[in-house]
Every structure is written in C-alpha cells, then in structure tokens.
Design a protein around this ligand. Structure first.
Ligand SMILES: Cc1ncc(C[n+]2csc(CCO)c2C)c(N)n1
Length: 228
C-alpha cells in the first residue's frame, strides 16, 4: 500500500463525515440557506488567496522544474477557474461576487490558513503538500459522490459547482499531488513521515470544520474580526 493509500484509509472517517455534512448534502439536494452560502463564499475567497500563497511557498521549496511548472499552473487555475464554483454560489443567492470579497476569515478558516502556513514554514516540500492535499482531494471526492448520487441536470442550482469538482482538472491536480507526496514520503525520515500524516489529518479535520463553520455561520465572539 502506498503512503497516500494509507492516508486515505486512515482518514476515511473524516471523508465520510464530510460527504454527510448538511452543507454538502444541501449542495446535492439543491437547497441551502442564502446566508450560509454567503458565509462560505466570503471565507473561501480569502482561503483561496492563502492557497495561492502556499503554491508560491511550494515553488520556493521545489528542486524540479516540473514541480515549479505545476505549482505556478495551479495559481493560474485558482485565479482563472476556481471562480466558477464561487460564481455559481453567488448566482444562487443573487449577490454579486464583488460584494463577498475582502471579509475577515471566521475563526475556523483562520485556523486552517494558519495550520497550512505553519506546516509550510518548516521548509519541507512533502509536508507542505501533505497540508495542502485535503483541499483538492476532498472536493474531488465530494464532486464525484454528489454527481453519482444526485445525477444533477443543467437546471440543478448547483450543477456547475458539482460538475466543476467532479471534473478531470481537479483529478489531475489531486493525482499530481498524490504522486509527489508518495515520492517525498518515500525519501523522508520516519519522523517526517509521521509529521506529514499529522499535517494531512489536521487539514482533513479543518475541511470538515470549514463546512460546519459555513453552515452555522460561525464568527468571532465580539463584533468584527480582522483581515490578516
Ligand atoms: C476550504 C476549501 N477547500 C477546498 C477548496 C477547493 N479548492 C480550492 S484550491 C483547489 C486546488 C487548486 O489547485 C481546490 C480544489 C475550496 N474552494 N475551499
């Protein structure tokens, strides 16, 4: 069994909990509360900024041109393509995307960003990838699960969202990161492999928590949070 096959098996509890989360079920059923959707998009807009910065960190930790090309390609992908699922959600609630940008992250999203950044500052590409991987991997599986169960047609309110994540480009992203993480884990010490596992599981937990944060509209206890 490969390192990433182990990761998938060891974290199946969280993957299943994500598939069953009411926000994710709502995407499949085509019905979500408008303010929960707005809460998600506001936090996710800032999350994607962090994710692009992490690809930049991954570039700085890369030794191979192929990796540099992949990571910079992913920045372009997030900038140019990840906006489609967000636009789908904005259309559903009838709010222009522009109005949902630039909000402080709620505590859980902020925790997720800080976790990924702190793992990345340890300087080891394998650990950075381990912390980033649950993002595309869980969404790819969510897309596939929802497509299989709900078989949405073009008139489904979240058709574009589901198609986007069930699509081949997310599979390509995930597959590349899986392959690279397996290679980095193979070359890593036992201790670093264990730390990669922990970084991965915490990001899985925070993926679940991000859905929960959106569903419950979690926010800071007193008035507004801060942007950075
Ligand atoms: C909390 C959260 N997790 C995952 C994604 C999905 N996503 C964001 S960037 C990216 C990979 C691009 O290389 C993917 C799949 C999201 N939007 N928000």
């Amino acid at each position: 069994m490969t390192f990433t096959e182990d990761l998938r098996r060891e974290n199946d509890d969280i993957f299943q909990a994500i598939f069953n989360h009411p926000f994710v079920r709502g995407l499949g059923e085509g019905e979500l509360q408008d303010d929960a959707v707005a809460h998600y998009v506001k936090a996710d807009y800032e999350y994607l900024n962090t994710f692009m910065q992490l690809y930049g960190t991954a570039v700085s930790q890369s030794k191979k041109r192929e990796d540099i090309a992949f990571f910079q390609g992913q920045i372009a992908f997030v900038l140019g393509d990840e906006i489609h699922p967000h636009r789908n959600l904005c259309d559903y609630i009838g709010v222009p995307y522009e109005e949902l940008k630039g909000f402080p992250m709620p505590p859980t999203a902020d925790h997720y960003r800080t976790h990924m950044k702190s793992v990345a500052t340890e300087g080891l590409l394998g650990k950075t990838i381990a912390a980033m991987l649950p993002c595309p991997w869980t969404y790819q599986e969510i897309g596939r699960e929802l497509k299989k169960e709900f078989a949405p047609e073009t008139n489904h309110p979240f058709y574009e969202w589901i198609e986007f994540y069930a699509n081949d480009s997310i599979t390509e992203t995930t597959d590349y990161l899986l392959k690279r993480l397996d290679e980095e884990a193979e070359a890593a010490s036992l201790e670093d492999r264990q730390l990669m596992k922990e970084a991965f599981r915490k990001s899985c937990q925070l993926e679940y928590a991000f859905w929960e944060m959106s569903y419950t509209k979690e926010d800071w206890p007193v008035a507004e949070g801060v942007l950075k």
